[in-house]
Ligand binder design. Sequence first.
Ligand code: ADP
Length: 265
Amino acid sequence: LRTSFSVIQKETGFVNGVIAVLHDNTEQEKIDAERREFVANVSHELRTPLTTMRSYLEALADGAWEDPNLAPNFLNVTQTETERMIRLVNDLLKLSKMDASETEINKEMVEFNVFFNRIIDRFEMSKSQNVRFERQLPDEPYFVEVDPDKLTQVIDNIISNALKYSPEGGKVRFTVTVEDGFLLIRIKDQGMGIPKENVERIFDRFYRVDRARSREMGGTGLGLAISKEMINAHGGAIWAESEYGRGTTIFFTLPFELDDGGEWE
Ligand code: ADP
């Protein structure tokens, strides 16, 4: 809390009174602190791949380029790091567009089960891990008015995390129910889980439970922060429950309609 005083003076110089203004700075200070932390995080996230690349490029320039055993490997590292930086910058651009409310949401009416099944199918076809998928989707159609591209990004992100953190032979379960007038979607894995005190923070920008592990798997730490913005923009909510060592469930909701308004065939 900050207080500022203004003295009210007449033209003759006589003091008429004093105005005291109490400023509540806590909210602004919090925003400023968050902004500083964000910039520090971005700088750190960019510096790490850049310093890695610099040392590999130096080694190549120092003669490793002539060594057929080393050169392809070193080039591979610089390529991986470049790709990570591109992903990071793309994610940052997405977030800054959403912050500035410049993201266009192009809504279409889609039947959620068909839409969801198609995304799960794509992962089931291409996954390299030995992880079983189990679907518990309703028989009735549920219509949602969503931006299909944006919602696909959200679901892709949640499923890739579930796969990334799943153990060999684990199961990922997809459930859709209706709760309080919203569609409730659950994606549950049997992975390593998240310590209780950190569960809420996984939607924060750059927050990772295990930074090294996330980086190793190519993560930017921004996926769930972007997902949260996107679900909010759709009038839904997203949250997580987790038991450390036993698994994680990501929940999100979407407003739905039972009737497609004649748009869907
Ligand atoms: P990342 O690029 O690191 O995956 P995300 O924003 O997608 O970034 O996730 C943030 C962090 O939340 C991850 O680094 C990980 O620590 C944790 N996390 C997300 N999903 C899961 C999951 N299914 N199981 C365990 N931890 C998870």
